[in-house]
Design a protein around this ligand. Structure first.
Ligand SMILES: Cc1ncc(COP(=O)(O)O)c(C=O)c1O
Length: 386
């Protein structure tokens, strides 16, 4: 009897999907669990995609992607991120998720360790599982706006033998935006310990109070792979368009991995993405303004309910402290759906430090979001008393 691979059978599903499944079929549930922009892809981007399909961009492209699209990416990297690159230093991918898994496949062998944030996006663990790599959590400190504990991180870099440090700022699920001095330290640590830094910058444009600093723009950064996405900035999750840049020899290897993975990103999505990058950026400013206004409303609601952990400075998530009801965040999330018809992401799906916490997505329409956050606050107040 043939058996599928053990590591895939044992791989944990994302807790967010589990909650979505529980909520499915119930149209009374308020959805605060999914990180999906509630905006439509801006019109000029959709039009560019349609035009591309009509004019024959329906074939394979080079592994790295269409040259003219990579030229637009290079211009954006220079303008927005302060990263100097040439078109040959870029691989266009099917979103950031594809870029990240290809980077990790390029850098790690089975058994190698990857340092991942706790709390952090669950897919990092799943990617490591698929590649038979090990993960070691490094802590983000809730009392310090979820920036990494740098002393502990340096110790882990020294003792774990990890090959890759995975960094995500602006961060999911915390909304943390690492200040420049922290990014400089992260680059120093990886260079000092002979590691690669893989930087997941898929929320780079969604920043409220701070600047976003790309690790690759820091002086002395030589082993950084920077991963970007159009999913969140331009409400393009379904188009599957992202890209990665880094040192040429490593990027050539990522392009090699691209062949057996997806060969190339969809040509139509590449052309739509080019229109997004080259076009008017007012749509981004508008969406970021909406996320920021929602952030302010939810911060007030959680603060009044004494559930606020940290004010998000970017991305579109906020964590709430529900530990007064217990540490089992899955049990809490299930009960919240059943009793209050509100779906949230259980904190523990983001790592052990997520116990007693849940994540709310600000990419939800304002009335639904505020009603859901208020129901959460009321539920904790009642359940802690009972
Ligand atoms: C931290 C993080 N990285 C990457 C991604 C993947 O984005 P994409 O749609 O570009 O694959 C997500 C999506 O939710 C995310 O939260």
């Amino acid at each position: 009897m043939p058996l599928p691979a053990e590591r895939i059978r044992l791989m944990k599903r994302s807790g967010i999907r589990e909650i979505m499944d529980l909520a499915s079929g119930r149209d009374d549930v308020l959805h605060l669990e999914v990180g999906q922009p509630d905006f439509a892809t801006p019109h000029h981007i959709v039009e560019a995609g349609c035009r591309a399909a009509r004019s024959g961009f329906t074939t394979y492209t080079a592994n790295k992607g269409l040259v003219e699209v990579r030229e637009s990416i290079v211009a954006k990297l220079d303008r927005v991120n302060g990263i100097a690159a040439e078109p040959e230093d870029v691989v266009i991918t099917a979103g950031a998720v594809n870029a990240l898994v290809e980077c990790l496949a390029t850098l790690v062998s089975p058994g190698d360790a990857i340092l991942i944030p706790d709390p952090g996006w669950p897919n990092y663990q799943m990617m490591a599982d698929v590649l038979s790599a090990r993960t070691v959590h490094y802590p983000l400190v809730p009392e310090q706006q979820f920036v990494p504990d740098l002393v502990r991180l340096e110790e882990l870099a020294r003792t774990s033998g990890a090959k890759v440090l995975l960094v995500n700022s602006p961060g999911n699920p915390t909304g943390a935006v690492f200040p420049r001095w922290v990014v400089e330290r992260l680059v120093e640590i990886t260079e000092r310990h002979g590691m690669y830094l893989v930087s997941d910058e898929c929320y780079e444009q969604i920043v409220f109070d701070d600047e976003h600093v790309s690790p690759a723009s820091i002086q002395g950064a030589q082993h950084v792979l920077s991963v970007f996405s159009l999913s969140k900035s331009y409400a393009m999750t379904g188009w599957r368009m992202g890209y990665v840049t880094g040192p040429r020899e490593t990027i050539d290897l990522v392009a090699k991995v691209q062949e057996p993975m997806i060969s190339c990103a969809t040509a139509i999505a590449q052309k739509a993405g080019q229109a997004a990058l080259d076009g008017d950026q007012a749509c981004v400013t508008e969406m970021v303004g909406a996320y920021q206004a929602r952030r302010d409303l939810v911060v007030d609601i959680l603060r009044q309910g004494k559930l606020l952990i940290s004010v998000p400075r970017g991305a579109f998530y906020i964590m709430a402290d529900v530990s007064a009801v217990g540490s089992d965040s899955y049990a809490f999330a299930r009960r919240l759906i059943q009793d209050r018809a509100v779906a949230v992401a259980p904190g523990e799906t983001f790592g052990p430090s997520g116990a007693g916490k849940v994540r709310l997505s600000l990419a939800t329409a304002t009335p639904e979001l505020c009603e859901g956050a208020q129901r959460l606050v009321d539920a904790v107040a009642q359940w802690r008393a009972s």
